[in-house]
Design a protein around this ligand. Structure first.
Ligand code: BDR
Ligand code: CA
Length: 308
């Protein structure tokens, strides 16, 4: 079992990644979850996470982290994920009552990492603001972090600008701090995540399979329509790659690099760059994915949840 902390901004694709995660408690134990301003404002993505954990009947502790990037103002993605950050499903009032820890997400992560008897893996599917602050404020925690598995960046074309992917564009200062921290890191960038997802037919097949599949259907229909508007032929469930990698790394291939992130204010802002000064190649950038196996793992995971 891998012990993980999961930092996210649900977010349609975050939500699907969360569903896949909780279908495999024998492989992945979630010690805690945090939210960060990203796809929607912090209040909304935090409420969306409460709703998802309520739906999954979890008792996983969660805490809201940073509302804004370290330096610049938040740019959100409500045009893709809906005004509330998670278009599609509705949840009953009681889902709002899912408990939230009363400390800030950064301190919350620190407490869990510093108390864990075995090293923890951090999964991050959002701007890296919380994770960068954690590494800066509590540098001793690095010793107890096994690895970081991040959705963000791209070595090919971006999705916010030609140079940059959304999570890295929103907080490039945080992304730069995290990639250069020297921690073993797996980067699930657009290079593979544009191919991690479901076709329209696969999404339609989820409608009447069971409660979890139906929730995924409700989330993915509007998301797919928004992404089709951006020219994609299947729903690219970007954040899912992090969890699929943890569950079965053989679905992917990649190469090791030492990387930095451009944080200038020009047109290269948020771009992933090779760091010639890096003393180690600590980042595994995934560049190939077996799409069929990745999709099948998601469909199987939803079927597991449907039976619970
Ligand atoms: C990333 O940006 C967000 O909109 C998604 O949730 C994902 O984390 C893709 O660029
Ligand atoms: Ca996300």
């Amino acid at each position: 079992t891998q012990n993980i902390l999961f930092d996210c901004d649900p977010g349609s694709d975050d939500a699907i990644a969360i569903l896949e995660t909780f279908a495999h408690p024998e492989a992945v134990k979630v010690l805690g979850m945090t939210t960060v301003g990203g796809n929607g404002i912090l209040k909304n993505v935090t409420r969306n996470l409460q709703h998802l954990l309520w739906f999954l009947k979890q008792e996983t502790p969660m805490a809201p982290g940073q509302a804004e990037p370290i330096i610049k103002n938040l740019k959100n993605a409500t045009e893709i994920h809906g005004e509330n950050g998670l278009a599609g499903p509705t949840f009953p009032k009681e889902a709002d009552q899912y408990p939230i820890a009363n400390n800030n997400g950064v301190t919350f992560l620190h407490q869990i990492i510093s108390q864990s008897e075995t090293p923890v893996t951090i999964v991050a599917t959002a701007p890296l603001t919380n994770i960068a602050l954690l590494l800066k404020v509590f540098p001793e925690d690095r010793q107890n972090i096994e690895k970081l598995v991040i959705m963000g960046g791209t070595l090919s074309a971006g999705n916010v600008t030609p140079a940059a992917e959304f999570n890295f564009y929103v907080d490039p200062d945080a992304a730069d701090i995290v990639l250069r921290a020297g921690i073993p890191t797996v980067l699930c960038g657009l290079d593979i995540t544009n191919n991690t997802g479901l076709s329209a037919d696969q999404i339609k097949s989820l409608e009447n399979r069971g409660p979890a599949s139906h929730l995924a259907y409700e989330i993915l229909m509007p998301y797919f329509q928004a992404e089709q508007g951006e020219g994609l032929k299947r729903a690219a469930i970007h954040d899912l790659a992090t969890i699929t990698y943890l569950l079965d790394p053989t679905v992917y291939q990649g190469h090791q690099y030492g990387l930095k992130v451009n944080n200038t204010w020009g047109e290269l802002r948020g771009k992933v760059e090779i760091d010639d000064k890096a003393t180690q190649k600590n980042v595994l950038v995934l560049d190939q994915v077996d799409i069929e196996r990745a999709s099948q793992l998601l469909l199987d995971s939803l079927a597991i949840l449907d039976k619970q």
